[in-house]
Design a protein around this ligand. Structure first.
Ligand code: SF4
Length: 215
């Protein structure tokens, strides 16, 4: 049975007193902008960029630089002091763990383990640095499985830091993110991140070209 994680999120917000700290794992600027804008009402946010899935490294750097630039601008516009923490780019251990599922389509088990790896890094950082809460923006994408993301988050103990259940794609979250990203003229990539999704994107592009030629 599907759990309404958006409802759980709202219930948690109602309990909040003061301004807790939140470590927010983000995959890129476009996905995170509107989520950050909505969360700053409640939390002191620190961004955590842990995305060793991204292929190639030039693309990883491009998304990272775009995010940093966006946050600088956002801090000015919204009078914030949000910091961006980068987890070292380590694609080799990432791919060693994930390659077993390389033939799974996007949305399959490969993605489950990909969420898990990146979220695990975020949890470790949040617990080590005593954040009140931690979560990820991954659920904002319609291609990401919010049930899995929250199930993974819910497996971690809450004595040091608490996972913030959420489903950011609800309440038109994705559309709002796209609009917000456009407002900041953010670069929007055309594939999710890993080498497998990169190849799938190339295949899609090739098929598009073929179809054009047929017309
Ligand atoms: S498609 Fe995206 S979520 Fe799935 S494994 Fe690749 S990078 Fe990770």
């Amino acid at each position: 049975m599907k759990i309404n994680y958006d409802l759980k999120f709202k219930e948690e917000l109602e309990k909040i007193q003061g301004r807790p700290t939140l470590l927010l794992h983000v995959c890129c600027g476009p996905c995170s902008g509107n989520v950050i804008k909505e969360l700053i009402e409640y939390f002191d946010i620190t961004i955590y960029y842990s995305n060793s899935n991204i292929y190639p490294e030039t693309e990883y750097q491009r998304r990272y630089q775009e995010l940093v630039h966006f946050i600088e601008q956002f801090n000015q516009d919204y009078h914030q002091n949000i910091q961006v923490i980068e987890k070292k780019y380590e694609p080799i251990p990432y791919y060693l763990d994930i390659s077993f599922y390389k033939n799974e389509p996007e949305g399959g088990k490969r993605c489950y383990f990909c969420y898990k790896k990146r979220m695990h890094d975020a949890y470790l950082y949040a617990s080590l640095h005593h954040f009140d809460y931690w979560t990820t923006v991954l659920s904002v994408s319609p291609h990401k499985n919010s049930q899995w993301i929250n199930e993974i988050g819910g497996t971690y103990p809450i004595d040091k830091t608490q996972f913030l259940f959420s489903d950011f794609k609800k309440n038109n979250g994705y559309l709002k993110s796209v609009r917000f990203a456009d407002q900041y003229h953010l670069y929007r990539q055309n594939y999710c991140g890993c080498v497998y999704s990169y190849k799938e994107m190339l295949e899609r592009e090739k098929n598009k070209e073929k179809n054009k030629e047929k017309k």
